[in-house]
Write a protein that binds this ligand. Structure first.
Ligand code: HEC
Ligand code: HEC
Ligand code: HEC
Ligand code: HEC
Ligand code: HEC
Length: 473
């Protein structure tokens, strides 16, 4: 101990008394005290706030200042030593420090203990910083670039699943990959050079490393009844219904595969020519005996070059956690729930036109959608305007809310920016492969028969008797 004091501590004291090192010591000490205070409050469960900016201050900025403070101490020493050297003032013997002096000995012991504590603080802060960067509030709320996904996520069936559970593959390599990627994105964000709109760009980990941690791929689901209402552009907003029995299938208790899920449980590979996989000219089905059937789209002459991908859940359920709708779909769903009220004349036609118009900002959209609807009823239907004011107000607010959930002018996200692959009516979806023109050399094509995927029980029927029979209407 005495030796360490002689040979190390004395020069440290000597060089350490300079402005930079002292500033560093002050910075490190004060941020450490604040941090420890916050951690104590947090452990006692009293911080009580999930404001994302609080996390940035306490889990990223303060630890950063603390480390900066610690680094400034040796930097100051090095700088002082250089200065002294330049003016040949380096002493051969450091000013005598009397190690016999007990108060000085205590001070030195204090430094040794403080160094140990610093290690603990840096360790805790690193752990907390990394954990904090995995929270939903950091991923979804810190940067306004995530507004569209954050908004859609909160109303999805995955609103309690953390972003990282789908965006970071389980295991260390996935974690490191995600952090490197995240750092790049943070730099783009800071320099405002991020792309608008943001797309997934081939960066979504395979379902086997994410979705399948929670879902069982082989679960048997069987048939699922889907009922959709659509409203017309006439004065009465006439409703029609489509009733579809989806053959979702799966693997039954005897191990037999059936339906949509069953058909893709085998190995299917594809090549897409764009990063969001909307154009798929080449598909191959690999059988369990290793034989392969290749399907080539009649749009291309030869198989495209590009990375082969293994088809999984995400190729159909690409919008599982943050889905955006078309204006028609979102309005039909909302009217089926009663707001906007289908008893308002022409509400479907007017509502659609107001939502589809282009606005420069969300504020402008909200005020012009609500005022546009009011103007329409005030001028065209004065009686309705006075008799059904509350329905009109509510309709205006709902339309503005539906718009705000799907269109984000500042991020250049508009109706249709993020296609949903689960279907074929609004986006290519299933028909990226099942369009009837992906053919094998043997003349087989990927099935396009309506009934392999669903039974169309009723299509655009105003009064489907099947629904009446089920007691639904
Ligand atoms: C259930 C899984 C899941 C969860 C939870 C999830 N995502 Fe995603 N995310 C995806 C998939 C799958 C895609 C790819 C979408 C595509 O290619 O169309 C994606 C794409 C994205 C994109 C690219 C742009 C886009 O909309 O396609 C962003 C940004 C994004 N997610 C952010 C988030 C944020 C922020 C959260 C948490 C608030 C989150 N995600 C939670 C599965 C998920
Ligand atoms: C952390 C667990 C977890 C992960 C990871 C996860 N899910 Fe889910 N998923 C759930 C839960 C919980 C539900 C809701 C079940 C319910 O409401 O009955 C759900 C519901 C669903 C549904 C049915 C509801 C709907 O939105 O249509 C689909 C489809 C689905 N998940 C697909 C996926 C896909 C695809 C992925 C990967 C990109 C994924 N999930 C990742 C837990 C998870
Ligand atoms: C070929 C496309 C396709 C693939 C691949 C696919 N699904 Fe589905 N899945 C569907 C369709 C279509 C439905 C029915 C859609 C609906 O109900 O709106 C569905 C329904 C579901 C549901 C909801 C079932 C319910 O009871 O409501 C869950 C959960 C689900 N899929 C999970 C998965 C998981 C997990 C995977 C990957 C192992 C997967 N799916 C792969 C097309 C697919
Ligand atoms: C990446 C290409 C691709 C996409 C996208 C795709 N499929 Fe398939 N699908 C295939 C291939 C390949 C087969 C197997 C064909 C074979 O066995 O000859 C198949 C088979 C099927 C079958 C069984 C057909 C039969 O002849 O029995 C059903 C049902 C099916 N798919 C439904 C869907 C649905 C629903 C969607 C959209 C939600 C979808 N598929 C999206 C490639 C795709
Ligand atoms: C490869 C599978 C597949 C084939 C082939 C297919 N469909 Fe579909 N279809 C779907 C899926 C999946 C949905 C459900 C989309 C959803 O969940 O919103 C759907 C939905 C529908 C709906 C419901 C309305 C709507 O807007 O969702 C209609 C109508 C429909 N299909 C008509 C047809 C007709 C007609 C054919 C034949 C020419 C056909 N489909 C072929 C997979 C298929």
């Amino acid at each position: 101990m005495a030796n360490i004091r002689e040979n190390w501590i004395r020069p440290l004291f000597f060089y350490g008394t300079n402005r930079i090192s002292l500033l560093g010591a002050a910075l490190a000490t004060s941020s450490a005290l604040i941090l420890i205070g916050f951690w104590v409050v947090d452990v006692l469960g009293r911080s009580g706030s999930n404001n994302p900016y609080l996390g940035i201050v306490f889990d990223l900025v303060l630890p950063g200042l603390f480390v900066l403070g610690l680094l400034l101490i040796p930097v100051g020493m090095w700088w002082r030593r250089r200065e002294l050297r330049a003016s040949s003032q380096i002493p051969s013997v450091y000013p005598q420090i009397d190690l016999g002096n007990p108060s000085l000995r205590h001070a030195i012991d204090f430094i040794l203990v403080a160094t140990f504590i610093n290690f603990v603080i840096v360790g805790t802060a690193t752990y907390r910083g990394v954990a904090y960067m995995d929270t939903v509030s950091f991923c979804g709320q810190t940067c306004h670039t995530m507004d569209p996904e954050w908004t859609a996520y909160q109303i999805s069936s995955h609103s309690s699943v953390a972003c990282t559970q789908c965006h970071i593959a389980s295991g260390l390599p996935g974690y490191i990959h995600a952090k490197l990627n995240g750092t790049k994105q943070l730099l783009l964000e800071a320099s405002q050079r991020y792309p608008r709109p943001i797309t997934s760009d081939d960066k979504i980990p395979a379902a086997s490393t994410t979705c399948l941690n929670c879902h069982n791929a082989e679960k048997f689901i069987g048939d699922k009844l889907q009922i959709k209402a659509s409203y017309g552009d006439d004065e009465k907003n006439s409703a029609t219904y489509s009733v579809v029995l989806m053959h979702v299938g799966g693997k039954d208790q005897f191990g037999r595969l059936s339906g949509i899920h069953g058909a893709h449980l085998g190995r299917i590979e594809y090549i897409a020519t764009d990063t969001t996989h909307q154009t798929i000219p080449w598909v191959a089905k690999v059988e369990s005996d290793g034989s392969t059937t290749e399907y080539l789209s009649s749009d291309v002459k030869s198989p495209p070059s590009g990375q082969k991908r293994l088809m999984d859940c995400i190729d159909c359920h690409n919008r599982a956690a943050h889905s955006f709708d078309t204006p028609e779909a979102v309005l039909n769903k909302a009217m089926a729930k009663g707001a906007p009220d289908p008893s308002l004349p022409f509400i479907h036609k007017q509502g659609l036109a107001l939502m589809k118009a282009s606005y420069s900002s969300r504020q402008e959209a909200i005020s012009r959608i609500t005022s546009g609807l009011e103007d329409f009823y005030r001028t065209q239907y004065p009686q309705i305007w006075s008799a059904q004011r509350s329905q009109i107000d509510r309709a205006g607010q709902t339309l503005a809310a539906l718009y705000s959930r799907n269109v984000f002018p500042s991020m250049k996200v508009s109706w249709g920016t993020h296609p949903n692959n689960l279907g074929h009516n609004d986006y290519p979806g299933c028909f990226r492969c099942h369009d009837g023109s992906h053919n094998s050399k043997g003349g087989k094509s990927i099935n396009n028969d309506c009934s392999v995927c669903h039974n169309l029980i009723a299509t655009d029927d105003p009064t489907p008797k099947q629904l009446a029979a089920l007691g639904i209407q």
